[in-house]
Design a protein around this ligand. Sequence first.
Ligand code: ADP
Ligand code: MG
Length: 290
Amino acid sequence: MSDPSTTSGASAKSAADGAAGNTPTIRLEGVHKTYDLGEIQVHALRGVSMEIYPGEFVAVMGASGSGKSTLMNIVGCLDKPSRGQYFLDGKDVSGLTKDELAKIRSQKIGFVFQQFNLLSRTSALENVELPTIYAGVAIKERERRAEEALKRVGLSDRAGHFPSQLSGGQQQRVAIARALVNNPSLLLADEPTGNLDSRTSIEIMDILQNLNDQNGLTVVIVTHEPDIAQFAKRALEFRDGKMKKDVLIHRRSIAADILPTLPSPDEEDRLEAIAGTEPAAKPNGSSAPK
Ligand code: ADP
Ligand code: MG
């Protein structure tokens, strides 16, 4: 990351420390992960140490195979380090059992995947409700919470739709609602925009920025796209299972500022864009760019 809009590693760390001055949400100490495939061992993480503080918005970057998903799975309590320690909100969770990890996950962490991972024969509302069942929320409360989460991602009017009746961007918003339904303090998203077009990707980043800015959620995303990483506040770069760079993003992209400058998603404007004619001025006086 030689981008001039970023600053060097040392300042990223001290700024994060200074801004928070409290217990890191995520602290990794010398984390290794080795996948044992019988004959061969894949050393996916090779000694990763880092701290992420409450309210941060971090983008994890790096080539395919560099260990990003392995990192996210450990941070998300879906997997455990082979060696080293992971402290979540100050508590060492590296030695916990699968059941103990699952419980912590359902209380503290929301996870969003590139492939959305929605149940196909289940409505949007029921998909969002699922984690509340695992968390033991009372039946009446479940639906209320799921409706509220769908509202937060602007999808109240699609509650009864099945995933196949929703666009990719809408499916990812359902997945974000599902990740929010148990009120986590940490939202993790592994390539959340990897299957989406650029406008839809920015709409997803808008939701994540709002959750981070207005609700104080700590957000960590994986992306290989520099344009997407630019929406975060800090970026980490992984190579061969190691963290190679840690930079603050000081010319951050703000999705809410960019979206109104993009061509409108409705068909009329798209046709005009193809035809190369200027769409009519918008009610606020601005005209959509070509
Ligand atoms: P990234 O998300 O950056 O593409 P991953 O964390 O998925 O990287 O993978 C890091 C390395 O670990 C790769 O060499 C990958 O093939 C290997 N790996 C990932 N998951 C497994 C697994 N479940 N079993 C064996 N090897 C794996
Ligand atoms: Mg991956």
